[in-house]
Design a protein around this ligand. Structure first.
Ligand code: ZN
Length: 511
């Protein structure tokens, strides 16, 4: 590709709204441009990089028995239609899609509204068969992050995240054992308080104790001896009364999972009053017609202080099981910095990151069945992975750049070689550069050829911005010695390489 033919240009300045290094350098290198509605256009350079990744992944998937399908709506209906018998299983299908995401445009491709992705689905007759495929796919994903030189971390649920200050998603990480999960779903080691005999309920006046802090101060008890009440409305139809220990906050994501709901919002004071509760003093004791959900630590927490459902009063010695029960008991606590690691009890830290691979764990499909060897109908088991290629490209840029531009690994670069022609006074350097461009291309290298009549400094600046791993300069001084100058983007020094040795030199340095 001749640089004069390339659609995009480099930018001398990063877009003003770019908050991540990847946005700055991908925009300046001419890989991406912001577009309407929080989205991004991937320009030809980025599409070449993405296509290279897609080709590698297609090969890897086909090696594992995967078959490519086009964009689809639901794997369940596909499976229901085309899989009837145990003889049809297992099957591995994959699709290259553009998946809708929550948009954070200032983060660049980390926050694009739509992201090019690889979707993988494994369909099998049993959970055990799925497990073997999961191992194989995890190996493929680890290999992908290895070759793209993305420092991705596997999460507890089998996905992958890239940890970076501007990732946009809070994660919880254990500095000791490496446990990692999104903060929304991260677990924590939960320790119950020492067991106590249940004491009689006792109403106490607690004027102005509207918050857990004020209540604990007023009664001179630790926060973990109080019960925190949170009212939410699920799917705009169910009022939910969630109860946690007073020293914990609620994870809305965990509560939504426990409820199987897709929309959650805090209840208004009026909605709480309509349910017969008193905001700030709500009690699970005696409340009716409300869906009660308690954190799984609550049944092991005796003699808590909870609201009395009367303004200005609380109840001492509230005990789950004796005084009230819940329809759902589940882990709904938000994990924070300092909480104990669920695996090794080391204090956890909150970090920021971006999800590169999301997973749906092995599960039996509800509406897709097959007939087993005995002629009996059985649910098809399915597990899924989604690898975000747009974010992966951004993670590469985030990690592999310097103050002058991108430094792309060979597996990601749109072109192997950035060939620069410098005009000469005595030798026809242009003719030599044209010949070299053709020879390198015929040898199988991909070459971006800067044949512009521009200053050397401008050409080198652009080569640095675009970030191909190898830069070859055809200039008069080196040519007089039958050489070209080769500079690796990742290194400072330049080498004089004889014309006959160029191909070997490049091959050695593209590994
Ligand atoms: Zn740990």
């Amino acid at each position: 590709m001749k640089l004069t033919d390339l659609f995009s240009t480099t930018l001398r300045k990063a877009p003003a709204d770019a908050e991540t290094a990847s946005y700055q350098w991908l925009a300046r290198g001419g890989y991406i441009r912001p577009s309407a509605n929080g989205d991004f256009v991937t320009l030809p350079l980025a599409e070449r990089s993405l296509n290279k990744l897609r080709a590698r992944l297609r090969y890897e998937m086909e090696t594992r028995g995967g078959q490519e399908i086009g964009a689809y709506a639901e794997i369940e209906s596909l499976a229901a239609g085309d899989i009837q018998s145990y003889r049809d299983l297992p099957k591995v299908v994959f699709a290259f899609e553009r998946i809708q995401k929550k948009s954070h445009p200032r983060l660049g491709l980390f926050g694009a509204a739509h992201s090019p992705s690889l979707d993988i689905h494994v369909l099998a007759a049993s959970e055990n068969v799925l497990k073997n495929y999961a191992k194989s796919i995890n190996k493929m994903l680890a290999g992908f992050f290895d070759v793209t030189k993305i420092n991705a971390n596997q999460t507890d649920c089998g996905g992958y995240a890239f940890i970076t200050a501007k990732g946009g998603t809070p994660y919880i990480r254990c500095p000791q054992c490496g446990y990692l999960d999104t903060q929304a779903f991260a677990q924590r080691g939960k320790k119950a308080l020492p067991a106590e005999d249940a004491l009689p309920l006792e109403k106490v006046a607690t004027p102005d104790a509207h918050t857990i802090e004020a209540l604990a101060n007023f009664l001179d008890i630790p926060k973990e001896k109080t019960a925190k009440a949170v009212f939410m409305v699920a799917d705009e139809e169910r009022l939910v009364f969630a109860i946690l220990r007073g020293d914990m906050d609620m994870s809305e994501a965990k509560l939504m999972t426990a409820l199987g709901s897709s929309v959650l919002r805090p209840a208004t004071d009026q909605e709480i009053l309509d349910a017969g509760a008193v905001p700030g003093y709500a009690s699970p004791v005696g409340i009716e017609n409300v869906l009660v959900v308690v954190d799984d630590l609550i049944p092991n927490s005796a003699n808590l202080v909870a609201g009395a459902n009367e303004a200005g009063y609380h109840l001492r010695n509230v005990n789950y099981g004796r005084d009230y029960t819940a329809q759902i008991v589940a882990d709904i606590a938000l994990t924070k910095t300092g909480d104990a690691c669920p695996k090794c009890e080391t204090p956890l830290s909150q970090v920021n990151g971006v999800e590169l691979v999301g997973t749906s764990p092995a599960r039996p499909l509800e509406n897709a069945t097959f007939t087993d060897e005995n002629g009996k109908g059985q649910p098809i088991w399915s597990a899924s992975w989604t690898l975000d290629l747009g974010r992966s490209l951004a993670a590469v840029a985030e990690k592999h750049h310097d103050d002058y531009g991108l430094i792309l690994p060979p597996a990601v670069t749109p072109y192997d070689i950035h060939l620069v022609w410098l005009p000469g006074k005595e030798i026809n350097t242009r003719g030599e550069a044209d010949d070299l461009y053709m020879n390198l291309t015929n040898t199988g290298f991909t070459v971006l050829y800067d044949e512009r009549d521009a200053r050397a400094g401008e050409k080198f600046t652009d080569a640095d911005l675009i970030g191909c791993p190898v830069r070859i300069t055809v200039g008069e001084k080196a040519l007089k010695e039958n050489c070209v100058e080769i500079k690796l983007r990742s290194e400072k020094d330049r080498a004089l390489v004889e014309l006959d040795d160029i191909a070997n030199y490049v091959v050695e340095n593209l590994e």
